[in-house]
Design a protein around this ligand. Structure first.
Ligand code: KG4
Ligand code: ZN
Length: 347
């Protein structure tokens, strides 16, 4: 029985997992609080983590039907993320592990995302028996990466964004259109009734022979459209068309580069995780492209796409079970921790 804590950004989350089954996974989202400021305010995020963490731990234990003394281990996200936010969860988890005299494991936030597509069903259960070497698309507000993932927690980062993340591009273009933060989900909704061919927008780095991404040019091109046609925002239909066109550009780049990397790497499986994996067109188009190329596809369940402690707990439990050394109880947060710095990373 393992308790996991996630506080790397703007969701406070606590999970209890046992033998690969998620017994509780509670998330206190701060999205509405930060919306007022148009982005995550670190001081506010930290204060909210401090306020919510202890009640969430109690509630997660209650929901899982276990007493703190029955826990075998404690885990928390150690990085990357907002320093003061990470500090709240990491130090609380280390304190709990110290008091219970149980091992503690610090988890890499992106590694947790990479394995989230293998958690399926109700109650959610890790399906590592079906694990296949895969090319994994990790797309969230802060990161966009393609990673080759193999058994034994080995992975190789194939490419990442050189500027904005895909989620950032959704959010920044949505903001230009006057939509509330975070704009990704709203843009997704408005795009459903728009024509994706109405605005010819760039597909940055689509055909370049590497796995990196760049999304800031796409956002700039939307800004120029709005500068040149200021009355565009006065017509709902045109806004919906622009949303659909932006979404089509982002999704085409993500899908095309992911499938190309999987075929080149010779894997038979593609996975996707992170908040942007909630995007309905991305889910549809990735499914169609994978089917067309004979690749199997695993998309993280929508509830596990955004930040959550279940994915942290599942990875921690499996790593401890496969002999990973516990993390020191005085280990520090690692706000800039890169996936390439993990011991099992292949360069
Ligand atoms: O993984 P996540 O919850 O947080 C980070 O670790 O960054 O991802 C949040 C991002 C935001 O940029 C949000 O706009 C985006 O995921 N997002 C979406 C959708 N749902 C969330 N983007 C496009 N379409 C969606 N349906
Ligand atoms: Zn994340």
């Amino acid at each position: 029985m393992l308790l996991a804590i996630e506080t790397s950004c703007d969701e406070t989350s606590v999970a209890v997992v046992h033998d690969g089954v998620v017994r509780a996974n509670l998330v206190a989202s701060q999205v509405r609080l930060h919306a007022e400021y148009g982005g995550v305010v670190p001081e506010l995020a930290t204060r909210e983590h401090l306020r919510h963490l202890a009640p969430l731990v109690r509630a997660a234990l209650r929901e899982a039907g276990v007493a703190a003394g029955e826990l075998d281990a404690v885990a928390a996200t150690q990085g990357p993320g907002l320093p003061s936010a990470l500090l709240v969860g990491l130090k609380a988890a280390q304190g709990l592990a110290f008091a219970l005299e149980r091992p503690f494991l610090g988890v890499h936030h992106h590694e947790a995302h990479l394995y989230s597509p293998w958690i399926t069903g109700q109650p959610p259960r890790a399906d590592f028996g079906a694990f296949l070497p895969n090319v994994s698309l990790l797309v969230s507000g802060g990161h966009t990466m393609l990673v080759r993932v193999e058994a034994g927690f080995r992975h190789r980062v194939l490419g990442s964004t050189v500027d904005d993340a895909a989620g950032e591009c959704f959010d920044k273009t949505a903001k230009l259109l006057g939509l509330a933060y975070p704009g990704g989900p709203l843009l997704d909704r408005l795009a459903a009734t728009g024509d994706p061919r109405s605005f010819a927008l760039p597909r940055p780095m689509l055909n370049e022979p590497h796995d990196d991404f760049s999304f800031s040019g796409l956002k700039t091109s939307v800004r120029y459209r709005l500068r040149d046609q200021p009355d565009l925002l006065a017509h709902d239909r045109r806004i919906h068309d622009l949303c659909a066109s932006v979404q089509a550009a982002i999704v085409e780049v993500l899908v095309s580069k992911t499938v190309r990397a999987a075929l080149r790497e010779g894997v038979s499986c593609v996975t996707a995780s992170g908040g942007v994996t909630c995007n309905r067109q991305l889910r549809r188009d990735l499914a169609a492209a994978c089917q067309a190329h004979g690749l199997s596809l695993r998309l993280a369940a929508p509830a596990l796409c955004t930040d959550n402690a279940a994915m942290v707990g599942i990875v921690a439990e499996r790593q401890l079970a496969s002999g990973a050394a516990p993390t020191d109880l005085d280990a520090e947060i690692r706000p800039g921790w890169s996936l390439t710095d993990l011991p099992n990373a292949v360069r």
